[in-house]
Design a protein around this ligand. Structure first.
Ligand code: SF4
Ligand code: SF4
Length: 343
């Protein structure tokens, strides 16, 4: 099998960056990594996950959609889009790789979001197995295997490098000119590395977290549960959980008058914010309890209801690590799972 030695990673990224922009996870603070553009000498983070997910590459936090300018009494439409450059995102974990499938269901459904579609068409996903999953990880609850992350090219990590396998045509095309960077290795090392990852997952605190109480058709039983009041009591509506989440996809669109023209921007929004559903006729979610409930009902009930049973969470654990009041989807799932039979 194709194998890339750790010592050859720099060469690999150098070759890759000849045909496209390459983004890699980089340590930006102690225990905090973020994606950065790779240039020669850039040290790739050895951490498990970036603080923010790889969603940003396809659905950026802020985006200028269109502009308008009045010229000679007529409105001229300004399209800021240029031909999107090819790029690759290296080191994407299985949870984030799955999140793209969830985002596709939203943005590529009719009417197709052509901004997102364009980036998906130009972006190559280079995934990596999780050699040391964290205590906050629970991707397996959603049927994700951290040892088989998908994407276009899979890097299975071992002690001295990675087994490299292209799993899509785009991935095969990408790797084809780099054949001399790799050596041939017996496949047994890859299988052993995968089993090691799976064995660690089985021993983590959230192994065995059940989704049985959730899914389509549970709206009435779960919506009316009294526990939402206590679960949401301390939520300060900061929206952090939605901004770090690889599957959250809500946004707001606003126009700004620059003095010369009008620019229309799309920016991430959060269902946790008090004005999220504010409309001319009022706001149907007046309390934080209602907003909090919406976030979790969407991921655990409404999304699977409308998408063939697929949940809107990938168990990345980011919301577990970042909520200032230590509330998260796992606590919600555990609390609502208790006593579900009596409802
Ligand atoms: S659940 Fe936590 S991270 Fe999310 S809005 Fe509430 S306080 Fe903020
Ligand atoms: S809800 Fe939390 S664990 Fe689930 S995908 Fe979003 S950030 Fe990750």
């Amino acid at each position: 099998m194709t194998f890339l030695k750790s010592a050859d990673l720099e060469r690999f990224l150098g070759e890759a960056s000849k045909t496209r922009t390459v983004y890699v996870p980089v340590d930006v603070e102690p225990k905090k990594s973020a994606y950065r553009r790779w240039t020669p000498g850039t040290a790739v983070s050895k951490g498990l996950k970036t603080a923010r997910s790889a969603k940003d590459f396809f659905f950026p936090q802020t985006e200028n959609l269109v502009g308008f300018r009045i010229e000679n009494g007529k409105i001229r439409i300004l399209d800021p889009r240029e031909e999107q450059e090819d790029f690759a995102v290296f080191g994407v974990r299985a949870c984030d790789a799955r999140s793209f499938g969830i985002l596709d269901k939203v943005f590529l459904a009719e009417p197709v979001d052509t901004y997102y579609q364009n980036r998906r068409a130009h972006g190559l996903i280079l995934t990596m197995t999780c050699r040391r999953p964290a205590e906050t990880c629970f991707c397996t609850a959603f049927g994700i295997d951290p040892a088989s992350p998908g994407g276009d090219v899979v890097f299975t990590e071992t002690a001295d490098g990675w087994y490299v396998e292209a799993v899509t045509d785009a991935g095969r095309e990408f790797l084809a000119p780099m054949a001399d960077l790799f050596e041939d290795r017996d496949e047994s090392g890859r299988e052993a590395a995968k089993e090691e990852t799976r064995a660690i997952m089985e021993k983590l605190p959230l192994a065995g977290l059940s989704t049985d109480a959730f899914g389509g058709g549970r709206t009435k039983a779960l919506f009316d549960r009294p526990e939402w009041a206590s679960l949401s009591e301390a939520c300060i509506g900061c929206g952090t959980c939605t901004f770090v989440c690889p599957t959250c996809q809500c946004y707001d669109i606003r126009d700004y008058d620059t003095g010369h023209d009008v620019r229309r921007f799309r920016c991430w929004d959060s269902c946790m914010y008090s004005d999220f559903t504010k409309m001319a006729g009022g706001n149907p979610r007046l309390t934080q309890k209602e907003r909090f409930r919406q976030r979790f009902m969407h991921k655990l009930v409404y999304f699977p209801e409308n998408n063939g049973g697929e949940f809107g969470c990938v168990g990345c654990g980011r919301c577990l690590a970042s909520c200032p009041i230590h509330m998260n989807i796992v606590k919600v799932m555990k609390t609502l799972s208790e006593g579900q039979d009596e409802q």
